[in-house]
Design a binder for this molecule. Structure first.
Ligand code: 13P
Length: 341
């Protein structure tokens, strides 16, 4: 393990003013996104769409430190034959790869899942590194509902995250450790805080037990936020404050950076929450974004599967990338949203 290199990459992933583009939707997940804009889920359409993002050269260069790819995309070529990975590198951004095999039902825990994909992961990491990946992502999913999450499910997921992170570091790949507490339910913000704290504590215990070097990883957590179906939605300041309380309790200062997932927040909410946290106080780690939906909903809508819309889609992507880049410095405000992209 090359500790200095791992720390260098992890630090670059959370460089000031930049964040991560999560473009690693599996073929099933991108189907849902394409269904929403009436686009057929073909290999060519997936390539055309992702190619237009990665060719948004100025936005990529200024605001996107790294891009998380799906297995198909890391092997894919642009229309002119250039590897998509090369487009990302040319824009000064770091390619990464989703390596988990998805959340599967957890035995004896009805309604809960554990993320699979550890078997054979070592050799897959060797191949991905050859293909250009310098970091990886593994997402654990914790749902909140009556009687769940169980300690069993949280422990199983934390353990798998730590096993994955150790394997990544052994192969000189920076692990993004993503324990996502879903915001799908009707729970309030206090319940999210309680569960997120428990999940993060367990995750860092397991990372320690598996000897993971904290200086060579990036944490990708949910924000502390009320479930979507909860009548009582917190104000921006509440989300920011409660998220920071939990993170300060759980995340050692040795971790270079924290890159949030958007998790179903609106584009502007995800930006406003990040901005409020960064503006609030001096923190031991860099805070930034690793958004999927909150960076891509606008460009997807603008593109709608038509080549003629490429420039519009790129402008929409550049706008969201800039807004989130500013938020990661605490320099965003709602007025900026009105400026032309
Ligand atoms: P969202 O920002 O859409 O939640 O996606 C981020 C991600 O990579 C989830 O694993």
């Amino acid at each position: 393990m090359n500790s200095a290199e791992l720390n260098r990459i992890a630090t670059a992933m959370v460089a000031r003013g930049k964040g991560i583009l999560a473009a690693d939707e599996s073929t099933g997940t991108i189907q849902k996104r394409f269904d929403g804009i009436g686009v057929a889920n073909t290999e060519d359409n997936r390539r055309d769409y992702r190619e237009l993002l990665f060719r948004s050269e100025a936005a990529m260069r200024q605001y996107i430190s790294g891009v998380i790819l799906f297995d198909e995309t890391i092997r894919q070529k642009a229309k002119d034959g250039t590897r998509l990975v090369e487009l990302i590198e040319r824009a000064g951004s770091i390619p990464g790869i989703k390596v988990d095999a998805g959340a599967k039902p957890l035995a004896l825990c009805p309604g809960e899942t554990v993320t699979e994909g550890l078997d054979g992961l070592g050799p897959r990491l060797v191949e991905y590194r050859k293909l250009g990946a310098r970091f990886a992502k593994w997402r654990a999913v914790i749902d909140i509902a009556a009687g769940i999450p169980s300690a069993t499910a949280v422990h199983a997921n934390a353990h798998a995250l730590a096993r994955y992170a150790a394997l990544c570091q052994e192969h000189d790949i920076v692990p993004i450790v993503e324990p996502e507490v879903l915001m799908d339910g009707g729970h309030d913000i206090g319940r999210c805080a309680e569960v997120t704290e428990f999940v993060l504590k367990q995750t860092f215990e397991e990372l320690y037990a598996q000897r993971v070097m904290l200086e060579g990883m990036v944490l990708k957590p949910n924000m502390v936020i009320a479930g979507k179906k909860c009548a009582q939605q917190g104000r921006t300041e509440d989300v920011a404050e409660r998220t920071l309380v939990v993170l300060k309790r759980c995340v050692p200062a040795a971790v270079p950076g924290i890159a949030f997932l958007s998790g179903g927040q609106t584009d502007q909410e995800a930006t406003a929450h990040l901005n409020a946290m960064v503006a609030a106080s001096t923190l031991p780690w860099a805070l930034t974004f690793s958004y999927g939906r909150a960076l891509q909903a606008a460009p997807q809508k603008a593109w709608a599967g038509k080549a003629d819309n490429t420039a519009r889609a790129q402008a929409a992507f550049a706008h969201r990338a800039r807004m989130n880049g500013l938020a990661s410095k605490g320099e965003w405000n709602a007025e900026l949203e009105k400026e032309a992209a």
